[in-house]
Design a protein around this ligand. Structure first.
Ligand code: C2O
Ligand code: CU
Ligand code: CU
Length: 502
């Protein structure tokens, strides 16, 4: 147990009235030692071309001393394997649903047609299997797959239905990139979770969670809370996925060492770019290179999540201030690294990784505007709200909550459009299925911030963002693509729309 965080937890508990998450943290964390970082097995499809996933119920112990939690996973009790396919491959996938409820499984970041995209229209009934054929026709990237069953995405993903999907071209050695899975190439699924006094996973939505999205007070990496790992004394690659429901990470190392960002959602950057802090919203992926050759121990942590809205939102949430303090104001430890005596394969930061990015497009077939609306039908505390399950606020896009039977937009295949997204009250990570895009403008008002360089499929909208989207994949009206807020409680509450491409 890291003493610093323990003290912080107890202090918060002593000074905060009412039920506070800090109390929970102290009670359970007191007895827990830092577990070893689990590394999901690599399911390499590059030879077989076959992907078999079974969504199943299971039990998972998050900490060494915790009681088992009932969870969901793909081929395992919590989360899924790390899948790797090659660019140019055709993958015969099979997803069997052994859960007691319907499940749609979406390939987030794969450029595949709507009919195999795994959106809410492609839900699999219990006991059934779905067999999409996926043609992998895109550059190397760290994508992922996760539950997308409307309106149960948040709970299903929280229970463990998510996995990483690596797209490779077999050239990482030539690029001078670390690529030994689990050794100097670590895949890290970051999620925040809440636990009860016995260390069991808990997901109970209060009004605050419904409004702001669910945030936990423990960061779990690949299913282990606040773990430790050893790594070679060299350059190590971290493939980071923010698989949280709502938390925005502000990643940094406790000794201030830089992360060299080398890839975003949809592919490599031309060269690694150093930064001391990396912001990461739900659904986003980054790959970073970190130099551990000095041999010192170092911890990755995340700063306060400031996504709590302006004065209006705070006023409304006023009686929950103590709760917010325990949940989002603190630094939280993520993962500690212990370099071993041994040297790794890569001891030089590569200078060049990929070709330069294309020029930003300036000609658009169309411009569309989207406003992300948090409060359709009045105040969330009022009665008669149109929430997805009747218990929360109704959210929507352009004044309209998600409706499976309504296609919101129709786009022409092969065109590039300018999409302008505006956020209401909070920052919202906006994701578009079946495409990759470039960020033209974000909250900085000038050149987009570091995180928004490169190809992406999810952008955090802080007020306003403009993206250039190229539509290369078709989607029929029966299986349209989605665009939505990737705060999963917002998505389930209706902050989602759908579009056809033909
Ligand atoms: Cu990662 Cu539509 O989702
Ligand atoms: Cu997606
Ligand atoms: Cu949102």
């Amino acid at each position: 147990m890291d003493r610093r965080y323990f003290l912080k937890g107890s202090l918060a508990a002593a000074t905060t009235a009412a039920v506070s998450v800090a109390t929970m943290r102290a009670a359970w964390a007191r007895t827990s030692a830092r577990p070893a970082l689990p590394m999901p097995s690599l399911l390499d499809l590059t030879q077989s071309g076959r992907l078999d996933l079974v969504a199943q119920q299971g039990t998972h112990r998050f900490g060494q001393d915790s009681q088992p939690s009932s969870t969901f996973g793909y081929n395992q009790s919590y989360l899924g394997p790390i899948v790797r396919a090659n660019q140019g491959q055709e993958i015969a996938a099979r997803v069997r649903n052994d859960l007691p409820e319907p499940l749609a499984t979406h390939w987030h970041g794969l450029l595949v047609p709507g009919e195999v995209d795994g959106g809410p229209h492609l839900a699999i009934d219990p006991g059934e299997a779905w067999k999409p054929v996926l043609f992998i026709d895109q550059p190397p990237a760290t994508a992922w797959f996760h539950a997308h069953t409307h309106p149960n995405t948040a709970r299903q993903v929280y229970s463990g239905l998510a996995g990483v999907f690596q797209i490779s071209d077999g050239q990482d050695g030539e690029r001078g990139l670390p690529h030994e899975h689990g050794v100097d190439d670590l895949t890290l699924v970051l999620q925040d979770r809440r636990f009860d006094d016995f260390g069991r996973l808990s997901y109970r939505l209060g009004m605050f969670d419904r409004m702001q999205g669910f945030r936990g007070d423990h960061i779990v990496v690949n299913g282990a809370p606040n773990p430790r790992t050893s790594i070679p004394r060299s350059i190590v690659r971290l493939r980071l996925l923010n698989g949280s429901n709502a938390r925005i990470y502000h990643l940094r190392f406790d000794d201030g060492r830089p992360m060299h960002v080398m890839a975003s959602d949809s592919g490599y950057w031309p060269e690694p770019v150093p930064t001391n802090e990396l912001r990461m919203a739900p659904g986003e992926r980054f790959e970073v290179l970190v130099d551990f050759s000095d041999g010192g121990d170092v911890s990755l942590l995340t700063g306060p999540d400031q996504n709590r809205g302006g004065p209006g939102m705070m006023g409304m949430m006023g009686n929950m201030r103590s709760f917010i303090t325990g949940l989002v104001d603190d630094d939280l430890p993520i993962l500690s690294f212990h370099p071993e005596g041994r040297k790794g394969a890569i001891d030089r930061m590569p200078e060049k990784i990929d070709d330069d990015l294309d020029q930003l497009p300036t000609n658009f077939a169309r411009k569309r505007e989207f406003s992300l609306d948090m409060m359709l039908g009045g105040m969330p505390m009022g009665r008669g709200m149109m929430g997805g399950d009747g218990a929360g606020p109704a959210m929507g896009i352009n004044g309209r909550p998600f409706d499976m039977r309504h296609i919101n937009e129709q786009v022409s295949l092969g065109t590039t459009e300018q999409w302008v997204i505006e956020s209401d009250m909070l920052m919202h990570p906006f994701h578009i299925h079946g495409v990759r895009f470039r960020v033209l403008a974000d909250e900085t008002g000038q050149a987009p911030r570091l995180e928004n360089r490169g190809y992406k499929d999810t952008v955090l909208v802080d007020g306003r963002a403009e993206v250039a989207v190229e539509f290369t994949q078709p989607a029929a009206p029966e299986t349209p693509f989605m665009y939505h807020c990737h705060i999963l409680e917002h998505e389930d509450a209706g902050m989602m729309g759908q579009f056809g491409v033909s």
